[in-house]
Design a protein around this ligand. Structure first.
Ligand code: FAD
Ligand code: 2HG
Ligand code: ZN
Length: 489
């Protein structure tokens, strides 16, 4: 693809001013590596517009020269989605300066946020208005509304409130020709054909730049209870969830599976953490129950449900947080797993889903298969059991360097994804495809799905300027080398 001409760079510099246009390495380089430190790219400049009109002008100018744009929010992608390739042809388009909450209407239960609003700031603003935006995840201090929309993010509250797809009412976006799609209308019913908002959710910046989204709010939490339970097997954990749902009802909104290996990593690498239970339990469940108003006590309900679970042998031990500080400490253990795993060394990451009821057996069997085939690797599988979505990460043998990922790590990934596919599952439950999974998506995504995705991309972005090299597998052409490049991580 063409590099930006100096005339284009000059026009962009004039349009955006010194706050919105940077070429110096000190300003650009921090954003050219992904959160996990696996992908490094280059960019001709960093563009940081502060209005949707500026975004439209940028896209229009780039479209005229077919110069690629890589949108970026908080840069917390787990699949290298916001990292440009190494050619230096692309312009990095940061939405972080567009961080205004345009409106927050507690009565209507809607917040309209610009793309760069950080999730934690939205949480605070909603709370101050007596409402709540329920989706949350470990990266909430950096992840932005635009990134969350564009990845259809999940997180730890999906069990009750769903992923972004269920929480987005409308989207405003600049399409690849520079036109503005104004989809923020609060209409409850709207059947004007294809749903462009839903198309943009999870599009990973390949169909346009999200400039704002209106998001659904739910009632604020009146009372909550957080508990940590030790269990023998993933099967027991799933049975525990079903037991809690039966006894406590739909106030169960978080149920996270944490193996002993993940807890060990956090205790070793994250200062100030300590195990909630005495003894080592092969698996643990972090449970949150919440009710909007203090009409019923989730603590009492959870206490009695965990008591009966102990009696019937579903859990080996359990504790309920006695204060908000204790509840936060439990969540910190869970939310720090990625950071601890990163500090510990190299791991091949697999964000997979299979039908919920099949996940416990899958976890045990797949871990046995992987560890038997690749001696020295250690499976660290944790996460959203209630959604059938587990982060089936495989830690490299001790003392392996980053090259492991490109060698044995790839074979590990192929095996995990083959097992997931055979189980009728997905190789990307919540993180997206990005560049990390492009080759595997091309291999396992299915001809019909991939042909339709290519056709949509071609229709909306014929010049291919929106986040190239992400999500959309290139057409197999043995002569142009694209297919070969997609096979490389
Ligand atoms: P970025 O990383 O900047 O970008 C993500 C993708 O969206 C890229 O493809 C980018 O090009 C595109 N994009 C960004 N902004 C726009 C825009 N305005 N318009 C168009 N495209 C855009 N994810 C989960 O789903 N669940 C979790 O539980 C979870 N936990 C995490 C925990 C940690 C510690 C970390 C580091 C990450 C976690 N993630 C999780 C992954 C990540 O936080 C999400 O994918 C999040 O949605 C990314 O938001 P971001 O603003 O950082 O986006
Ligand atoms: C989580 O659930 C995130 O903590 C990150 O989705 C998972 O680090 C990972 O693999
Ligand atoms: Zn997750």
């Amino acid at each position: 693809m063409p590099s930006p001409s100096s005339a284009l760079l000059e026009r962009l510099a004039a349009l955006l001013g010194p706050k919105g246009f940077a070429r110096e390495a000190t300003a650009v380089e921090p954003w050219l590596t992904d959160w996990r430190g696996r992908f490094h790219g280059k960019a001709a400049a960093l563009l940081s517009p502060s209005t949707r009109e500026d975004v439209a002008a940028i896209v229009g100018l780039c479209a005229a020269e077919a110069v690629p744009l890589v949108p970026q929010g908080g840069n917390t992608s787990m699949v290298g989605g916001a990292t440009p390739d190494g050619s230096g042809e692309a312009l990095l388009l940061s939405l972080r300066r567009m961080n205004r909450i345009r409106s927050l209407d507690p009565a209507a239960g809607l917040a309209t946020c610009e793309a760069g609003v950080i999730l934690a700031h939205l949480h605070e603003a909603a709370l101050a208005a007596g409402r709540r935006f329920p989706l949350t995840l470990g990266a909430r201090g950096s992840a932005t509304v635009g990134g969350l929309v564009s990845t259809n993010a999940g997180g730890t509250q999906v069990l009750r409130f769903g992923t972004m797809r269920r929480l987005v009412q409308g989207v405003e976006a600049v399409l690849p020709d520079g036109s503005l799609f104004e989809g923020l209308s609060p209409l409850k019913k709207d059947n004007r054909g294809y749903d462009l908002t839903q198309l943009l959710i999870g599009a990973e910046g390949t169909l346009g730049i999200v400039t704002a989204a209106s998001l659904r709010l739910v009632p604020a939490v009146g009372e909550r209870a957080v508990a940590w339970a030790g269990v023998e097997t993933p099967q027991a954990a799933l049975k525990l969830l079903r037991h809690l749902e039966t006894v406590v009802g739909d106030s169960i909104e978080g149920f996270e599976l944490v193996p002993a290996s993940a807890l060990d990593l956090v205790l070793e690498h994250v200062p100030g953490t300590r195990a909630p239970l005495a003894g080592r339990h092969p698996w643990n469940a972090l449970i949150e129950a919440a009710v909007p108003m203090a009409v019923a006590s989730p603590e009492k309900a959870l206490y009695s449900a965990l008591g009966s679970a102990l009696e019937i042998g579903l859990v080996t031990d359990a504790t309920i947080a006695a204060s908000d500080a204790q509840a936060e400490a439990m969540w910190r253990l869970r939310d720090s797993i990625s950071e601890a795993e990163k500090k510990d060394g190299i791991a091949a990451k697999h964000d997979i889903s299979v039908p919920v009821a099949d996940m416990p057996a899958f976890l045990v069997e797949a871990a046995e298969a992987v560890e038997a085939r690749f001696p020295g690797v250690r499976v660290n599988a944790f996460g959203h059991l209630g959604d059938g979505n587990i982060h089936f990460n495989v830690r490299a043998p001790r003392s392996s360097g980053p090259a492991w990922l490109e060698g044995e790590g790839e074979a590990v990934t192929a095996l995990v994804h083959d097992l997931v596919t055979a189980a009728g599952g997905s190789i990307s439950a919540e993180h997206g495809i990005g560049q990390m999974k492009l080759a595997e998506f091309a291999r396992l995504g299915g001809a019909t799905r991939i042909a339709a995705i290519r056709a949509i991309k071609q229709a909306l972005d014929p010049a291919g300027i929106m986040n190239p090299g992400k999500l959309v597998p290139p057409v197999e052409d043995p002569h142009d080398g694209l297919a070969e490049r997609a096979r490389r991580p």
